[in-house]
Write a protein that binds this ligand. Structure first.
Ligand code: SF4
Length: 426
């Protein structure tokens, strides 16, 4: 049930070539690891509240955090937040170009401009010039929901992929007029097919490439994806589709949820695709079936809660039975399988302890810490010499009790045949 190990060369690493920009100390594009972004939901003027959220986002996996800069108090807040933030800060600018200049004064590491909302060329160029002078990049953040009205009309009163790409092109043309092209671009829509089409178009458009054929780095996202779990699925469908095509240098899940969920989801997506190294726990669990000797959902939930805060980068398996569990999860660093009111704790498929069912989660936590402190080989040496034998006894006893047909399908089929046969006789 575990994923096979990654091939030596993961085709997902074959990224389309992009230029690299620096958001503070974090590289984006140009072969750098794909980064995770999220956005604070606090008032930026609330310095302590915003910093607390930024720290929580960074701990959950965000490499870069965006804060709104919609009023002078927000810009003043940024001046205090930026020096104390553990990650680079992007200021989100919508309508007032002066807020962009104020955010630069505050020392932010990047601006996000919405071309649909700041439309006067002299304002756009003033911001680009200031960014050029200070060496600060800009994200051109096109949003299907706030497209420039003239483009909306040009494309028949509809938001199309062409219209979104054209919006990005207009904005970049203004930047280039003042000799500035330190940008990344997003063309987000709440419709997954639409955003996928727009990003593909953008990635293929020579206008966005430099002399060496490298495109501008792209920031992926499905905007207004919504609450969990539907929002997660929509965002994953869009982002993963594009990543699989080699498109995308940085990602953001836009969820109607605690932004920590966004950071966590982004990080987990990249880790599960093998695009980032595992930073924290990867809990796998069997889906349970008629063989299960324990409530797998309950044990997996408790294990997740107990292990989540430890930030130990290992894969842990919770398996419902000892008949197939340890074998199916043999690639996991650590796992537990239930059998005859006992838990079989295994490391890389080898049973190291047999513990009472009530202590399964505690045993997982204890051994996860051990693995983290001492390494896999050292803990394998500490395996209880009788554990494998005990485990085998449980496994054989269960096989004996339930046979190969754990769901008693054969018995049920016999019953059906008996009843149908009886009915026919009548
Ligand atoms: S209970 Fe056992 S056989 Fe059933 S899904 Fe879980 S590990 Fe597999």
């Amino acid at each position: 049930m575990t994923d096979p190990p990654l091939p030596e060369r993961n085709p997902l690493f074959d990224r389309r070539p992009t230029r690299q920009i620096m958001v503070g100390g974090v590289p984006v594009g140009g072969g750098a690891p794909i980064t995770v972004q999220s956005m604070t939901t606090t008032k930026t003027a609330d310095v302590e509240g915003t910093l607390a959220q930024i720290y929580a986002l960074a701990a959950a996996g965000a490499d870069i955090v965006r804060c709104t800069c919609n009023e002078i108090e927000a810009a003043e807040g940024l001046a205090q937040i930026v020096p104390r933030s553990p990650v680079p800060i992007v200021a989100d600018i919508h309508h007032q170009y002066k807020m962009a200049l104020a955010a630069l004064d505050a020392g932010v590491h990047c601006l996000r401009l919405n071309p649909g909302n700041i439309r006067r060329p002299e304002h756009i160029k003033a911001v680009a010039e200031a960014c050029k002078d200070q060496g600060i990049p800009i994200r051109i953040g096109v949003n299907g929901g706030s497209l420039d009205p003239s483009l909306y009309e040009k494309y028949g009163g509809r938001v199309t992929a062409e219209a979104m790409v054209e919006s990005a092109r207009h904005e970049l043309a203004f930047f280039r007029e003042v000799g500035f092209d330190d940008v990344k671009i997003s063309v987000k829509a709440s419709s997954v097919p639409l955003m996928v089409e727009a990003y593909r178009m953008l990635a293929d458009d020579p206008f966005f490439r430099d002399d060496e054929g490298r495109s501008v780095p792209l920031h992926l996202g499905v905007t207004e994806a919504g609450p969990l779990p539907g929002g997660l699925l929509k965002a994953t469908a869009g982002i993963a589709t594009l990543l699989n095509e080699g498109i995308g240098d940085t990602i953001r899940y836009s969820l109607t949820a605690d932004p920590v969920e966004e950071a966590r989801a982004g990080r987990q997506l990249l880790e599960s695709l093998g695009l980032r190294e595992r930073k924290g726990l990867d809990l796998i669990a069997c889906p349970s079936c008629g063989r299960a000797e324990v409530d797998v959902i309950d044990v997996a939930t408790r294990a997740q809660e107990a292990l989540d805060g430890l930030q130990i980068p290992i894969q842990v398996a919770v398996m419902g039975c000892v008949v197939n569990g340890p074998g199916e999860a043999r690639e996991a660093d650590l796992g537990i399988a239930a059998g005859r009111k006992r838990g079989h704790l295994f490391v890389k498929g080898k049973v190291v302890r047999v513990v009472p069912e009530s202590e399964m989660v505690e045993a997982l936590v204890e051994w996860a810490k051990k693995i983290n402190d001492e390494g896999i080989d050292a803990v394998l040496d500490q395996a209880d010499e009788h554990a494998a034998e005990e485990a085998e006894k449980d496994r054989l006893a269960l096989l004996d009790a339930k046979g190969d047909d754990a769901n008693q399908a054969e018995q049920k089929i016999d019953l059906i045949r008996k009843h149908v046969g009886a009915g026919t006789d009548d």
